[in-house]
Design a protein around this ligand. Structure first.
Ligand code: ARG
Length: 458
């Protein structure tokens, strides 16, 4: 069969041009959405009397049979038919004869492709949201088990102040919560129907766009046909929400890599989430968080690439816009694959509470608390900071931690020190003392956990 648009041409398409312009290699992922959109379109055409009811029924049956055959792998896509839309139309015509050619009445591939992508992204945004929640659930589970587990908190990757491990890991819960909100918010704009825009200016047929929107489950239609076929910002929103989320996932992954190193030994990832080395028998490598960290790059790349494709395009449709798809598919697959991996990896990891606790015992991260102690005894904070700086320097010189200094040694720095300083210095008390709202004290963490569970409704 010749090209669906072949009438105006006298020569065959150059084979290389065919390969360059074809998108069937990747847009076949839209097959189900394309058929869903066509089924709604043909229903509306027949309801409006634009085609006869009988034709409508035959086309509908034909589309359903094409879908069945496609899912069964019985049909073969052809590069010569360029994209998923024309491949399916060809299959339909092969199935029911020239009548299949009526399907494209009042429609263009321009509004068709935009509709397919809205359907695809709406579905996958919802799936992404559900997967984020499963990661949040895994975080909550670990947090619940580790409210009283202490871990050094860092700034500049230098020990800063001890915190509850639950508090640390819950920080990612809230990042993911905002990520989720960004996806939820984007649903409102992906929930618009472009179909009925035609090539760009609308159509001469008496179509009913609201009816198509209703059949396909869109809450509204694009009010401007030129915007409807030119807009790709609904994809950019997914890509940018995905980029921010992958940045968060990458930071968490980085921590998991660091924590599972011999030097830290704060967590052990389950064997089923690690790989070995082909030469060093002792190795257990955290490949999964490493790859999640790395995959963040391709998601950013896809966002940059589409922003760049779109920035110079005049209205309305331009073939450049076909380049919107691979990055979208790649991002959706990368994001969903990463989230899918993250939840069970977090759930199954072993938190080495003893190693964390040992680390907390062997540092100077309770120094702020001694400064606060002096402040509570009336010394201005700046002066206290300087006094404790000297205490720390002295302790390092003596190869002792702050809990190991004698009261006399403390007193040599300030007469304000009393026996009660040792209570202040115990890590449990250091953590418990940070009882301000959103702080790391167990009381606050328990409150935070219930807020988190409320968000998940568990
Ligand atoms: N494969 C095309 C795309 O993905 C479909 C729209 C083609 N429209 C056109 N006028 N060539 O963008």
């Amino acid at each position: 069969m010749s090209k669906l648009w072949g009438g105006r041409f006298t020569k065959e398409t150059n084979k290389l041009v065919e390969e360059l312009t074809a998108s069937i290699g990747f847009d076949q992922k839209l097959a189900e959405e394309d058929i869903e959109g066509s089924l709604a379109h043909v229903k509306m055409l027949s309801e409006q009397g634009i085609i006869s009811e009988d034709d409508g029924e035959k086309i509908t049956a034909g589309l359903k049979s094409v879908k069945k055959k496609l899912l069964a792998g019985e049909l073969e896509y052809s590069v010569a038919d360029e994209d998923i839309h024309m491949n399916i139309e060809k299959f339909l015509i092969e199935e029911i004869g020239p009548l299949g050619g009526k399907l494209h009445t009042g429609r263009s591939r321009n509004d068709q492709v935009a509709t397919d992508m809205h359907l695809y992204l709406k579905k996958h945004t919802k799936e992404t949201i559900a997967l984020i929640e499963s990661v949040q659930g895994a975080i909550v589970e670990q947090a619940e088990a580790h409210i009283d587990t202490m871990i050094p908190g860092y700034t500049h990757l230098q020990r800063a102040q001890p915190v509850s491990f639950a508090h640390h890991i819950l920080a990612y819960f809230w990042m993911l919560e905002r990520d989720k909100q960004r996806f939820i918010d984007s649903l409102e704009r992906v929930d618009l129907l472009p179909l009925g825009a035609g090539a760009m200016a609308g159509t001469t047929f008496p179509i009913d766009r609201e009816r198509v929107a209703e059949i396909l489950g869109f809450q509204d239609v694009y009010p401007n046909s030129m915007d409807a076929v030119s807009d790709r910002d609904f994809i950019l929103e997914y890509l940018s929400a995905a980029s921010v989320m992958m940045m968060h996932i990458s930071r968490l992954s980085e921590e998991l890599v660091i924590w599972s190193s011999e030097e830290f030994s704060f967590v052990e990832l389950d064997d089923s989430f690690c790989t070995g080395s082909s030469i060093m028998p002792q190795k257990k490598n955290p490949d999964v968080p490493e790859l999640l960290r790395a995959k963040t790059g391709r998601v950013y790349g896809n966002l940059m690439s589409l922003l760049t494709v779109l920035k110079g395009l005049p209205l309305a449709y331009n073939k450049d816009m076909q380049e919107d798809k691979e990055g979208m598919f790649d991002t959706v697959e990368t994001v969903m694959g990463s989230l899918n991996m993250l939840a069970p990896m977090i759930e199954t990891m072993t938190v080495k509470s003893d190693a964390m606790r040992a680390a907390v015992n062997e540092d100077y991260s309770n120094a702020t608390d001694i400064a606060d102690y002096l402040v509570n005894k009336g010394m201005p904070f700046r002066e206290a900071h300087s006094v404790i700086g000297r205490v720390v320097l002295y302790a390092i010189g003596k190869k002792k931690y702050l809990l190991q200094l004698e009261l006399d040694e403390y007193k040599s720095f300030s007469e304000l020190f009393e026996e009660d300083i040792f209570g202040v210095l115990a890590p449990e008390n250091v953590v418990a003392a940070r009882n301000s709202e959103g702080g790391t004290a167990p009381k606050q963490v328990v409150k935070q956990l219930s807020l988190a569970k409320e968000k998940l409704k568990v």
